[in-house]
Write a protein that binds this ligand. Structure first.
Ligand SMILES: *Cc1c(COP(=O)(O)O)cnc(C)c1O
Length: 371
């Protein structure tokens, strides 16, 4: 007899900032028997995963592959490959994840300029232009979908400005990829990373990364080796590139899952998928109005994948979260950092973004707050 009972978690409706829910097709794909990480069948699967990632990133970038690890591993990989000791870097911070980018860049020795903005707002292109005029940088880092605030950062103008100043643009696409257009090539994003557990609807464990030719050039003129052995793109690219030579063992089952999740993105079609995310978010926002609840972010910059809501006066934010979980099996989250105790965060990402989940959450919130 084993002293520990069989794993028996009660299924949850995951409407927090991630992980989001995973379609049974993706879970079934994960249960496939393992093959070796250099088995011709797996090599074929790697090629397919890369093709599908280019589709969802909307890029032709040759170097496009899933970093082994969660979204933060993608962030670490992006930062450690493109930051060198003493290199001037501009970080745009309007939320928790912008702060994490700074933390990583400083650890790799960046000469960091931090441009801060109120949480829940977005950067104006001119602010970035001014910042680069007063202190030039070689790399500009920004978060597209700030999961801590619910704000969506427009990037087209910013990309042009960054390039006019001869810098590279590094963008966190963790909560955007698969839920809204990221258009890497059209926008002119040089380096981008994401995670599987948000709008792609795949469990946490891989971090899609894409880098363009301009960024690869920067990589090849580095004066110092990339400080992380594991995340060094110049080495990993021989495994995820045409040679397919061993670097580290790819997480086989996670790649099965990612392939299936991406296949589902392709079946649905990008446009239809983005429309679904938007319509369900709007349904939720309208329902909030009926409940007398107010979103944090103005509608023009509000993320379809993650809504932040002001906690009304006199309401215990944490208690509402635990009642949703215990009485309705629904997970949502509270605020991080500056927003702790002040907001709720509701994710409608990937498979979680459905009409029935929205209606259920609104009904549960109504019962908890008004009955
Ligand atoms: C979730 C998230 C991350 C980190 O991803 P993990 O999977 O938790 O490591 C990074 N950036 C943003 C914007 C995120 O939402």
């Amino acid at each position: 007899m084993n002293q520990y009972p069989d794993l028996n978690t009660s299924p949850r409706i995951l409407l927090g900032p991630g992980p989001s829910m995973v379609h049974p097709r993706v879970l079934r794909a994960m249960a496939h028997p393992l093959v070796g990480h250099l088995d011709p069948q797996f090599v074929q699967l790697m090629t397919e995963v890369q093709e599908l990632l280019r589709y969802v990133f909307e890029t032709e970038n040759k170097i496009t592959f899933p970093v082994s690890g969660t979204g933060s591993a993608g962030m670490d990989a992006a930062v450690c490959n493109f930051v060198e000791p003493g290199m001037p870097v501009l970080a745009c911070v309007n939320g928790y994840f912008g702060g994490r980018l700074c933390e990583m860049a400083s650890r790799y020795g960046a000469d960091l300029t931090r441009l801060d903005r109120a949480w829940g707002t977005v950067f104006e292109p001119k602010e970035i232009d001014d910042a680069l005029k007063s202190k030039p940088a070689k790399l500009v880092m920004i978060v597209m979908a700030e999961t801590s605030t619910g704000a969506l950062q427009p990037l087209e103008e910013i990309a042009k400005i960054v390039h006019n100043h001869g810098a590279l643009l590094l963008v966190d696409c963790v909560t955007s990829l698969g839920g809204m257009p990221v258009k890497i090539d059209e926008t002119g994003i040089d380096i981008a990373y994401s995670g599987t557990q948000k709008c792609l609807g795949v469990p946490p464990g891989l971090a899609p990364l894409t880098v363009n030719g301009r960024a690869v050039e920067a990589l090849h003129v580095r004066k110092t080796p990339v400080p992380s052995w594991y995340f060094d793109i110049t080495a990993v690219e021989h495994y995820w590139g045409p040679e397919r030579t061993y670097h580290h063992t790819a997480p086989i089952s996670m790649n099965y899952a990612l392939r299936e999740g991406l296949r589902m993105v392709q079946e649905e079609g990008l446009e239809a998928r983005f429309k679904r995310h938007h319509e369900n978010a709007e349904l939720f926002w309208n329902g909030l109005k009926d409940l007398g609840l107010e979103p944090v972010v103005e509608i023009a910059y509000r993320l379809p994948s993650l809504t932040t809501i002001k906690v009304p006066e006199g309401v215990d934010a944490a208690q509402v979260c635990s009642r949703l979980l215990n009485e309705y099996n629904i997970e949502i989250a509270g605020g991080l950092g500056a927003f702790k105790g002040k907001i709720w965060r509701v994710g409608l990402m990937g498979y979680s973004s459905s009409r029935e989940n929205v209606v259920l959450l609104l009904a549960a919130l109504d019962r908890i707050l008004n009955h």
